[in-house]
Write a new protein. Structure first.
Length: 156
């Protein structure tokens, strides 16, 4: 799940790599869309946004088109910090051409698009096969029979 706006849309400012957590922490503290696990994307995640066919486009803050789905709010910035970046290796992903670009020094400004990881489905526990229950065990106690109905009502 992607956030439709970027850091520029939301804050009207750029961020140095060393300050990117300021924006991420703000969005998570606000529980944007009810979630607190937003993060910057990996290169692989960011590359999914870039439309290689160049049929979809969005307008950046300077009025220049770049190739991502117009479902994202116009007026943002065409780059994002990615998880492969570090204090020693400054890298931005460029959404105008679909490449990651390393930069010398650490005084490079950028923006951010935030993403949430897809939830991982938990594997259902396998049912155990048991021997035929004894006569006294065949009919559940009335209290135990009520529990699933009460839990079902809580879920609705």
């Amino acid at each position: 799940m992607w956030k439709k706006t970027d850091a520029w849309n939301d804050m009207h400012k750029f961020y140095l790599w060393k300050d990117h957590k300021e924006y991420v922490d703000k969005i998570n503290k606000e529980k944007f869309a009810g979630y607190s696990d937003w993060s910057i994307p990996s290169k692989a995640e960011a590359s999914v946004l870039f439309d290689k066919d160049k049929k979809k486009k969005c307008m950046d803050k300077n009025g220049t088109h770049y190739y991502i789905d117009p479902i994202f709010e116009a007026g943002g910035v065409s780059n994002t910090w990615i998880t492969e970046c570090s204090d020693d290796n400054i890298i931005r992903y460029d959404l105008k051409c679909g490449v990651d670009t390393p930069y010398p020094g650490n005084d490079v400004f950028g923006s951010m698009r935030l993403v949430r990881k897809a939830p991982v489905a938990k594997e259902e526990p396998k049912a155990e096969t048991k021997a035929e229950p004894k006569a006294a065990e065949k009919e559940p106690a009335k209290e135990a029979a009520k529990a699933p109905a009460e839990e079902s009502a809580k879920e609705e």
